[in-house]
Design a protein around this ligand. Structure first.
Ligand code: FE2
Length: 435
């Protein structure tokens, strides 16, 4: 036995916690051997490591379904996004893109992956701008994917930031990116010059994905224009091609401006299509509504309504210190907290749902559900959180005590309570738990 985690509360998926405490045994090969009821006398084999959970929450690792590792940590380069809009962000990035080098991309992407591992993220889908004749970032991220393979899984989306149809050579570059090893085909239909170009770009992305057996993840309707309706095209292509849950529409912020009648139609179509949605609250709360007076729209997709319709919705961090978001530590618990307020998922049943949107719902976006979880035979990938429930982990914004990948501890954060000297009382440790 490689490791024994004793006395843990087990996250069972979909926001739920399994009853009672369990012990989890990790086999030498780095997979889960057994999950059995808690026994305080149980011991690991002589060479195995014992982790006492003390009733803390043991969860499969966090999953980041949407980040941009190629643009991360470039905020202010070569100059800041003064207007704060998505459009100026694209213009600033277009300038920065010309100066990319292999070492530059590898250095920044690796640093953010370290932050993610420390935060308990072991599965990542990154978008990578491929509207670049040199495809520097794509090749660099493919190298990074190989380097971190033993610890994290990294999916790379060939993301045509400046368009497939409207950008000169866009389709050729997208095809070349797939040939060079992209895992997922992207698109950006609302950014194309015309409605027809947008539809054509989605057709191209789906054809390419089908031809190579890949998934699709498009930046879709990331605009405050109620006339931007490419998600219906994406869902229909997913349905008719059979790609279904292998297709994802990211952002879909225009949905926040759709009328009730159209929204109703869309809920039915999206549920039938099986596609996933990824909402990115950090970037879109910051970027959208910038052309509005008051009332000012907040630029989020219909999270609550689509969940109720049976659509899989996940939360993504999106940008980390780049032209679209000046802040961020790549921590999914922050994403969940901001996302649940933005989408008003504040009901007692809804807060655990927000947790599922950074774990099992995000894993479904990546298509790794079969290997994801703490079932016998699954890779021993997990986080032990100093919290008794998913809701408490979100509320207290805890950092994992342990992050374990394939049975090996890759990150460890000792408890660091705050010592409070309250007048008239002996000093106490404060950790924001409810008495
Ligand atoms: Fe994005």
């Amino acid at each position: 036995m490689l490791m024994l985690v004793r006395g843990a509360r087990l996250y069972a998926g979909d926001g739920r916690v399994a009853p009672g405490l369990v012990d989890v045994e990790v086999a030498e090969g780095g997979h889960v051997a057994r999950v059995v009821p808690y026994d305080d006398q149980r011991e690991p084999a002589s060479t195995g490591r014992l982790i006492e959970a003390h009733g803390d929450l043991l969860s499969p690792p966090f999953v980041e379904p949407h980040i941009h590792l190629d643009t991360a940590l470039t905020v202010g380069e070569p100059r800041p996004n003064a207007s704060g809009t998505l459009w100026e962000g694209i213009a600033r990035w277009s300038e920065r893109k010309r100066t990319l080098t292999r070492e530059d991309v590898i250095g920044r992407a690796t640093e953010v992956l370290r932050w993610q591992a420390a935060n308990g993220v072991l599965h990542v889908r990154t978008h990578c701008d491929v509207t670049d004749e040199r495809l520097v970032a794509l090749d660099a991220l493919a190298e990074v994917r190989d380097r971190v393979r033993d610890v994290m899984t990294l999916q790379i989306v060939a993301f045509p930031q400046e368009g497939i149809v409207s950008f000169p050579g866009g389709e050729r570059l997208l095809t070349e990116a797939v040939a060079r090893g992209a895992d997922v085909v992207g698109a950006i239909p609302h950014f194309e010059d015309t409605r027809e170009d947008g539809v054509a770009s989605l057709r191209t992305a789906f054809e390419l994905a089908e031809r190579h057996g890949l998934r699709v993840d498009a930046h879709c309707d990331e605009i405050d224009d109620e006339q931007s309706r490419f998600v219906e095209v994406l869902a229909t292509l997913a349905l008719r091609s059979g790609l279904r849950d292998r297709a994802t529409a990211s952002h879909t912020t225009a949905m926040g401006s759709y009328n009730g009648a159209y929204s109703y139609k869309l809920q039915r179509l999206l549920a039938r299509s099986g596609i996933n949605l990824v909402a990115n609250p950090f970037a879109n709360l910051g970027l959208q509504g910038r052309f509005d007076g008051y009332p000012k729209r907040r630029g989020l997709t219909q999270v609550k309504e689509m969940l109720a319709a049976g659509v899989n919705v996940a939360f993504g961090h999106d940008d980390v210190m780049d032209p679209w978001n000046p802040l961020g530590t790549a921590d999914p618990l922050q994403t969940a907290l901001v996302g649940l307020y933005a989408a008003q998922l504040t009901g007692a049943e809804e807060i655990p749902t927000a947790y599922s949107m950074i774990t099992d719902r995000a894993a479904a976006v990546l298509g790794i559900g079969e290997e994801y979880g703490l079932r016998p035979g699954c890779p021993a990938d997990f986080v032990l959180l100093p919290a008794g429930s998913p809701a408490e982990a979100v509320r207290r914004q805890v950092r994992p005590r342990y992050v374990v990948s394939r049975g090996r501890v890759v990150a460890e954060t000792p408890a660091a309570p705050t010592r409070l000297a309250w007048p008239g009382e002996a000093p106490v440790d404060v950790d924001f738990t409810r008495p």
